[in-house]
Design a protein around this ligand. Structure first.
Ligand SMILES: *[C@@H]1O[C@H](CO)[C@@H](O)[C@H](O)[C@H]1NC(C)=O
Ligand SMILES: *[C@@H]1O[C@H](CO)[C@@H](O)[C@H](O)[C@H]1NC(C)=O
Ligand SMILES: *[C@@H]1O[C@H](CO)[C@@H](O)[C@H](O)[C@H]1NC(C)=O
Ligand SMILES: *[C@@H]1O[C@H](CO)[C@@H](O)[C@H](O)[C@H]1NC(C)=O
Ligand SMILES: *[C@@H]1O[C@H](CO)[C@@H](O)[C@H](O)[C@H]1NC(C)=O
Ligand SMILES: *[C@@H]1O[C@H](CO)[C@@H](O)[C@H](O)[C@H]1NC(C)=O
Ligand SMILES: *[C@@H]1O[C@H](CO)[C@@H](O)[C@H](O)[C@H]1NC(C)=O
Ligand SMILES: *[C@@H]1O[C@H](CO)[C@@H](O)[C@H](O)[C@H]1NC(C)=O
Ligand SMILES: *[C@@H]1O[C@H](CO)[C@@H](O)[C@H](O)[C@H]1NC(C)=O
Length: 416
């Protein structure tokens, strides 16, 4: 009996194998999505970028190794099998499209069939060349989108107000395009409707029409926001620095907005913060003692702002720092030997301030320091002998101080 049952089971298994293989090749893809995607494909050509370095964006630290994903898209095949396409496994609707770094070139059509693929939840067209075409209002049809990435793709003109229809967005990246503009009314509607936004990355977008009152609408994201990056956006007025107290904030990047003002908060810092970049802004005031609460901080970039006063002692407690740049401010006082706590530093720039006293002799354990600049301060005394232990150093500048005495003999890369 038992043997008979086993045999039956074996037979069933054998019989079942071909049919399950068969079902996996049945077309799954929704046929509307299939033909909309094919027409979308046919509206572009595949062209390697004109410049070799075009895919490299140093600011983003991204290297995009591109290949033409749409080459695998053929009429008569199942779109759920195509490169870059993700389908809902029950309905067969296309819910994800990742054509980043795909060598697409050509203008978007205002009625692009892509705008009919309305079940899309994730759309990534970053690192292509859409030849300065606008982002058309049709983008607002894609109301299921949670992730939209149109960075570095040569879009231009005004971001359409229909972008505010995308109320489910968690992540919006529109960085490094060609003259994209975000109007104040579109901004207000977007911020008003996308209440769960976690990542907002608009580097290089012209946001200069946005006034202080509309900028402060960002305060409505208090519990969701993880990443806010608004590098070189022409923002001005006072930034709502209470954002630095959002409980989940990991990154705030506001650099190169020369007319953006603000002060660092006295308390209520977001403890998960790893990147704070306010360089080349009009932020001013003192660096508060409470900055020592940022135990996770990796990068503190406050260069060329208007900070003044003494560095708080707590600053030297930020042991996770890898990048510390306070250059070009009006900071003074001594550089304490507590600097020795910051052993993970690869980049240290305190130049162009009025720091005084001696350079502390604490560099024995700085095994990763690559860039080190203390030039244009009021430092005196001799060079510390532990400088010779900076084996990874590729840049050192101590010029324009009142240093005296010999240069340590083993310094390989010394420049004065
Ligand atoms: C795909 O092929 C079918 C049948 O050959 C044709 O009718 C249809 O227009 C084609 N679709 C596209 C987008 O080329
Ligand atoms: C982008 O495409 C346009 C033509 O549509 C071309 O003139 C331009 O050189 C391309 N840019 C790059 C970086 O390849
Ligand atoms: C886009 O579609 C709308 C309505 O279907 C139509 O009125 C308009 O002329 C189309 N635009 C272009 C540029 O084809
Ligand atoms: C946007 O796309 C680029 C290129 O693939 C990628 O490096 C970046 O992380 C993307 N951003 C998001 C939020 O997916
Ligand atoms: C907000 O989102 C909803 C749902 O997507 C949409 O119907 C509505 O028009 C949007 N409101 C604005 C002001 O964009
Ligand atoms: C922001 O939040 C406040 C209070 O929570 C609310 O009154 C206001 O309508 C919100 N603004 C937008 C644009 O959603
Ligand atoms: C810090 O946050 C708490 C709770 O969110 C709030 O009551 C307090 O007023 C804040 N303090 C400052 C100085 O912003
Ligand atoms: C620095 O950290 C140590 C140990 O965590 C702590 O005892 C000390 O109070 C901190 N100092 C400052 C100035 O925050
Ligand atoms: C370097 O590290 C060693 C071992 O952790 C420690 O004993 C020494 O005091 C450190 N030197 C400096 C200058 O911090």
């Amino acid at each position: 009996m038992m043997r008979c049952f086993t045999l039956l089971l074996l037979l069933l298994l054998l019989l079942d194998t071909p049919s399950s293989t068969y079902s996996s090749v049945l077309p799954l893809c929704n046929h509307h999505d299939n033909s909309n995607l094919l027409q979308f494909k046919n509206s572009f050509s595949i062209n390697p970028p004109l410049y070799n370095d075009w895919w490299w964006s140093a600011e983003m630290g991204i290297y995009c190794s591109s290949y033409p994903k749409i080459a695998s898209w053929k009429n008569g095949t199942d779109c759920c099998e195509w490169d870059g396409v993700t389908c809902d496994t029950t309905s067969g609707h296309v819910i994800g499209l990742d054509l980043s770094c795909s060598m697409l070139e050509g203008e978007f059509h205002p009625n692009s069939t892509l705008f009919h693929v309305t079940h899309l939840q994730q759309l990534n067209l970053a690192f292509n060349n859409f030849s300065n075409s606008p982002i058309y209002p049709g983008i607002g049809n894609l109301m299921s989108l949670t992730h939209l990435n149109l960075s570095h793709s040569s879009f231009s003109s005004h971001i359409p107000s229909t972008i505010s229809h995308l109320s489910k967005l968690l992540s919006l990246h529109l960085s490094y395009n060609y003259e994209l503009t975000l109007d104040e009314s579109t901004w207000s509607k977007l911020i008003g409707n996308t209440t769960n936004l976690e990542e907002l990355v608009l580097d290089g977008v012209d946001m200069s029409s946005i006034r202080e009152t509309s900028l402060s609408l960002l305060m409505n994201f208090s519990s969701s926001l993880l990443i806010l990056s608004l590098y070189e956006t022409g923002l001005h007025g006072k930034f709502p620095t209470r954002i630095l107290g959002f409980p989940n904030l990991e990154e705030l990047t506001l650099n190169d907005n020369e007319e953006l003002k603000g002060e660092l908060p006295e308390s209520n810092w977001s403890s998960p913060l790893t990147i704070l970049d306010l360089s080349n802004t009009a932020f001013s005031g003192e660096i508060p003692d409470s900055i020592g609460h940022l135990k996770s901080l990796n990068q503190l970039r406050l260069e060329y702002c208007q900070f003044d006063g003494l560095n708080p002692v707590s600053l030297w407690n930020l042991t996770q720092l890898t990048h510390l740049d306070l250059s070009g401010n009006r900071l003074h006082g001594e550089i304490p030997s507590l600097l020795s706590n910051l052993k993970h530093l690869t980049y240290l720039d305190l130049s162009d301030n009025t720091f005084s006293g001696h350079i502390p002799d604490v560099f024995n354990n700085f095994t990763k320091l690559n860039f080190f600049r203390l030039s244009s301060n009021s430092l005196g005394g001799q060079l510390p002998s532990s400088l010779v232990d900076l084996t990874q150093l590729s840049y050192l500048s101590l010029s324009s101080n009142q240093l005296i005495g010999p240069i340590p003999s083993k310094m390989p890369h010394f420049q004065n």
